[in-house]
Design a protein around this ligand. Structure first.
Ligand code: GRF
Length: 196
């Protein structure tokens, strides 16, 4: 299968990004990283990407103020310039406008730390604990105009144990996310390749 040019969007430490880069180091993985982009210039993940030999840039959202679309046009220029064919959001903490989502629809996926459709948005684990759930999880999904709303590609789950807090759940879930995301991205690539 032809490898799709992959861009990964981050805002922070980028551990999911690192898991994707590691998987994509295999020559038969269906995506080839061409760009890591952060909206925060101080994101730790930028250094990790550079150390892995991947082009890494910051497009700071702050100078754009409230003009989200202007920020996204700057991101889009970098993405198109790198030849991006699929985008993976990995801890990217900006809500995207319909303009950007529609432009990349069918070519953009996200990892969210809940068993969607439950607990869209923030504080997912605390909300699951408060609701008396017995499990938490993570979901990789296609990005659609609604926040955390697109078609589900793949999920992983974890039982809630006595004494668990939002922090212990996040820590136990992270290795599952790192296994889930590369698998789900590979599935997404297969879907795009079939459609192309
Ligand atoms: C992960 O929990 C992911 O599910 C969520 O944001 C977190 C990002 O962590 N979307 P990292 O930057 O990948 O380490």
């Amino acid at each position: 299968m032809k490898r799709l040019n992959l861009a990964i969007l981050i805002s922070g430490r980028g551990s999911n990004m690192a898991a994707l880069l590691k998987a994509a180091a295999a020559p038969d993985y269906p995506a080839r990283p061409v760009l890591v982009l952060s909206n925060r210039p101080d994101a730790l993940g930028l250094e990790t990407a550079l150390a892995a030999g991947v082009q890494a840039v910051a497009v700071d959202h702050k100078p754009f103020g409230k003009d989200r679309e202007a920020f996204e046009r700057a991101m889009d220029t970098a993405l198109v310039g790198a030849g991006t064919q699929i985008i993976a959001l990995a801890g990217f903490m900006r809500v995207l406008t319909p303009w950007f989502v529609e432009k990349w629809q069918g070519r953009m996926i996200n990892i969210h730390p809940s068993l969607l459709p439950k607990y869209k948005g923030l504080d997912t684990h605390q909300r699951a604990l408060d609701a008396g759930e017995t499990e938490v999880g993570a979901t990789v999904h296609w990005v659609s105009p609604g926040v955390d709303d697109g078609e589900i590609i793949q999920q992983a789950s974890l039982p809630i144990l006595p004494g668990d807090t939002a922090d212990t759940l996040a820590a136990r879930l992270l290795p599952l996310e790192h296994a889930l995301y590369p698998e789900a991205l590979a599935r997404a690539c297969t879907r795009i390749a079939q459609a192309d």
